[in-house]
Design a protein around this ligand. Structure first.
Ligand code: ATP
Length: 649
């Protein structure tokens, strides 16, 4: 997904009012003051050393060294020792005082008295043998406790606020510039002002149908009277559905750029917070801000984060009141603004099936535009857009590059162009050439070449035969896509790979699926027939085979035992239910069918390779020598690839 990243200097956050920031430095001062003041107020160093009543009565009182006792707030007795007694060895050691130290005016000790009555009783008992006039002087004072009390609840409160504001900032993923506790409920949409919208339809390639649909919106935003004059209502909301990287965000930005209107962009997940009500308040705020900037475009990326069907999957994902209230607010807002008000909401999602039907109904998101992965021609056009800024060799064949990138999205192609430029720069070349592009494609598909990975000769042999198995079987099977190359150079996580050039087909015959299973299993089959044992190297193949076999049986109705039944659920609702849509018996039958399908195709692969064993050995040995074999090399060993017979209607 493209980040709604700043695209111009004009980009600003949509917070027109100044944001009040929590005074963190003050908080720190307050905390520090608290830490220093509290001990003093509640009995720290200035009230002397804490002692027990026993020590006081047995060791101190008996020395006749006390000048007075001051009882503070009827709680705490502070003991003042006579100045002349301070240099007694007992006090010197007890109070760790050196002879040279100045005499502390006191108090030197303190203890809690419990209650005044008890204290007086105990004192009387302790001094019963002393004449009344010589007894210790006891004074009672009342200190104003308002300040310490105030501090004692202010500090925890300040701490709480401090941590809350920290959490709020963090959860919004934005640092100090992000929402503080005082603007928590405000939307954090990015606004690109109209002068800042530099993306136009020129930058979007291969999305002609989608472009035609959204052009109407551009026309409306440019000259609304043309439509309103004849009573036409322009759609309020348009939802762009498609796989990741197919250009949904790009298209939305292009609409804003073409219409020269402000563009608000926000991701659905930015509404969702831990605190109930925040999302709804952000939706309200977003629409309020957008209405002040009409005509404008409001783009909500990944709308499924808030627009998920209410109640769906509640017991799997945990019901989410916050998300539902945010969605309700969005529905209300979309109802609330007038069709011709000039705010047009564009939303993007990869999963339209998950969205709440209420959101998709006419009057809200009434237009749905489906974007698909680009086909050969569209890929070439996307390449053209992205190579505009690159310094390339003149003879570079973009058509060839698009044939090498089946199943790639626009974002993948953009990435390849950038990778190719990076590789060129790294190789200290001046112009990007074919080799750099091919290297970039491989890197995007399979990861970096890992030449440093240590592979033993035995392992290498297994890998070579495994890949040769795929190569030979797929060459012999008519409906398998043409092989582009096989390699045993480790890349990313894989140790070797066979690269095909898939033809773009909308439907495939069941026999093509069978052949695909057979070719995928041929790697393991080659290992078995050559080494008499299989290895763990086929993990990826087995995963693919299992998934494909289940798809054949459960979805496409390719199994005669199960019949023309499909458990495919295009609404996506089965994901949220724990109950399987078929009986235990059918489940067992499907498992059996899948096992049978895989086993029979594995046998077929073994037969095929046994019949062509000399070719298998030749390809593998050649691979061990050169590590990589291209289509032309394979043709030399295996001859021309068989062409598939057309499907009969
Ligand atoms: P997601 O579903 O992940 O949000 P998306 O569909 O919004 O993805 P974008 O963010 O629009 O995809 O595309 C990412 C990038 O891919 C774009 O910035 C652009 O460079 C490139 N791109 C995608 N599609 C096209 C296209 N049709 N033409 C030109 N460039 C494209």
């Amino acid at each position: 997904m493209d980040n709604p990243a700043p695209s111009s200097k004009n980009e600003i956050k949509n917070n027109p009012k100044p944001v009040f920031k929590f005074p963190v430095p003050w908080l720190v001062i307050l905390l520090a003051a608290g830490f220093f003041l509290l001990p003093n107020l509640f009995g720290g160093s200035s009230t002397g050393k804490e002692i027990s009543w026993q020590k006081f009565s047995n060791e101190i009182l008996s020395r006749k060294a006390i000048e007075k006792i001051v009882v503070i707030n009827k709680e705490k007795a502070t003991v003042y020792v006579r100045k002349e007694k301070m240099n007694d060895p007992f006090f010197r050691t007890d109070l760790k005082k050196k002879l040279s130290d100045e005499i502390n005016p006191g108090p030197q000790y303190w203890f809690n008295i419990g209650s005044v009555e008890m204290f007086e009783k105990k004192m009387e008992e302790a001094e019963k043998n002393i004449p009344a006039k010589d007894r210790t002087e006891i004074l009672y004072v009342q200190n104003n406790k308002l300040f310490p009390e105030l501090l004692s609840w202010l500090i925890p409160l300040a701490l709480l606020l401090f941590f809350w504001s920290m959490m709020a900032g963090r959860m919004s993923g934005i640092g100090s510039g992000g929402p503080s506790i005082f603007n928590f409920g405000r939307s954090n949409a990015t606004l690109v002002e109209k002068e800042g919208s530099t993306i136009t339809f020129e930058d979007v390639a291969g999305l002609e149908e989608a472009e035609t649909e959204v052009k109407e919106i551009v026309d409306f935003l440019k000259a609304p009277e043309k439509f309103t004059k004849v009573g036409a209502k322009i759609p309020k909301g348009i939802i762009l559905v498609g796989p990741p990287g197919t250009g949904k965000t790009l298209l939305a930005k292009a609409v804003a750029g073409e219409a020269q209107v402000p563009f608000f962009s926000i991701s659905g997940s930015a509404f969702v917070e831990m605190f109930v009500g925040v999302g709804a308040s952000r939706v309200r705020d977003l629409f309020k801000t957008a209405k002040q900037k009409t005509p404008c475009i409001l783009f909500i990326d990944e709308i499924d984060a808030i627009g998920r069907s209410r109640g769906k999957g509640a017991y799997l994902s945990g019901s989410n009141d916050e998300r539902e209230s945010t969605l309700n607010q969005l529905l209300t807002e979309m109802d609330g603004f007038d069709t011709n008000s000039g705010v047009i909401v564009l939303a993007a999602t990869n999963r339209a099936d998950l969205l709440d039907p209420a959101l998709l109904r006419p009057g809200r998101f009434d237009r749905h535009i489906y974007l698909e992965l680009p086909n050969l021609r569209e890929r070439e056009e996307i390449f053209k857009v992205h190579v505009r800024k690159l310094v390339m060799q003149d003879d570079l064949d973009l058509h060839m590059l698009s044939t090498q990138t089946p199943g790639f999205s626009g974002a993948d192609i953009a990435n390849i162009c950038n990778e190719a430029a990076l590789i060129t720069a790294r190789n200290k070349k001046d112009k990007i050439g074919k080799a750099e592009f091919l290297e970039a494609i491989e890197r995007v598909v399979a990861g970096m070449e890992r030449k440093s990975k240590i592979i033993s000769p035995e392992e290498k042999q297994i890998i070579a035969y495994h890949e040769a198995g795929h190569a030979v079987a797929s060459w012999m099977l008519k409906q398998i896509d043409p092989l582009l190359k096989v390699s045993i150079i480790p890349r990313g996580k894989s140790l070797g790979a066979a690269w095909y050039l898939p033809e773009e087909k909308n439907i495939r015959a069941s026999s093509a699926f069978h052949e695909h299973l057979c070719a995928t299993l041929a790697g393991r089959a080659a290992e078995e027939i050559v080494f008499g044992e299989v290895s763990s190297g086929a993990l990826d193949d087995l995963e693919k085979v299992t998934k494909e076999a289940y798809t054949m049986v459960m979805f496409y109705g390719f199994s005669s035992k199960i019949g023309n039944i499909s458990f495919y659920d295009s609404t996506g609702q089965s994901e949220s239910t724990l109950v399987k849509p078929y009986s235990e018996e059918t489940g067992k039958m499907m498992d059996e069918e899948v096992r049978q399908l895989v086993a029979s195709n594995y046998e077929k692969a073994k037969d095929l390779l046994n019949e062509n064993r000399p070719l298998l050995v030749e390809v593998a040995e050649q691979l061990l020598k050169t590590e990589i074999l291209y289509k032309e090399d394979l043709e030399k060993i295996l001859g021309k690839k068989a062409i598939p017979a057309p499907i009969h209607a």
